[in-house]
Write a protein that binds this ligand. Sequence first.
Ligand code: GLP
Length: 257
Amino acid sequence: MTKASNIPIENNIQVCPTQEQASETTAQLIADVIKAKQELGQVAVLGLATGNTPKLVYKELVQMHKNQGLTFKNVVSFNLDEYHGITPDHKLSYHRFMREYLFNHVDILPENIHLPFGTWKKNRIGQHCIEYEEKIKHYNGIDIQLLGIGRNGHIAFNEPGSPFDSVTRLIDLHPFTRNDAADEFGGLDKVPTQAITMGIHTIMNAKRILLLALGKRKAEIIKKTFESEMTPQIPATFLKARPDIEYIFDTEAASLL
Ligand code: GLP
């Protein structure tokens, strides 16, 4: 692993020269939490994200497991979201994504893995979402939450309009988000119209939050998020309510700051 040479531009913003270095930095912060909790004989509760952004983070964590003996035996994980209406084996389900990029390659205990299910029946979703929140509370909350950002400013699937006090729930996907996913689903008509997502309030309750943004595609929304007042129209702006949030960018994502 090469050591990332970061240029700190503010205390809580790190700009790394490359996507790889930003991802390594992020993985290291997560691994440090896992190890610190191990030393205390405690579980490390990770809030995990999907999408292209965290792929290299997970790759790095898998390397640390294989080459440096990082164990996930004390890890409990909660994923942010899942598309509604798809099974855990669907090739674009977040269940499958997590197995493919992380869970299948580390020693996390299957019973410690939590994701919302896209197969939850509509009349039971409310109850499942309450139970999801309760499980997080049962573990005393999320120790470290990894976040990406959508190009419309969503975090998890908290689309524009999501209130600050929102919790885990079913949400309609914004046309912008569905368009962004159209290619990988093989057409807009195949993209789910709804998702189950942790709420803004759920996310903000995490003890530590890392927002990772990579690449030129994210530069515009990062700029908007930093320049705008807090508004439900750009849900990521709510993160400003917590000055301790850690932002990790590559040079491209930070290029308009
Ligand atoms: C999806 C996920 C988000 C993620 C966002 C950005 O909408 N629900 O959690 O942050 O996409 O995705 P990407 O990292 O692929 O740009």
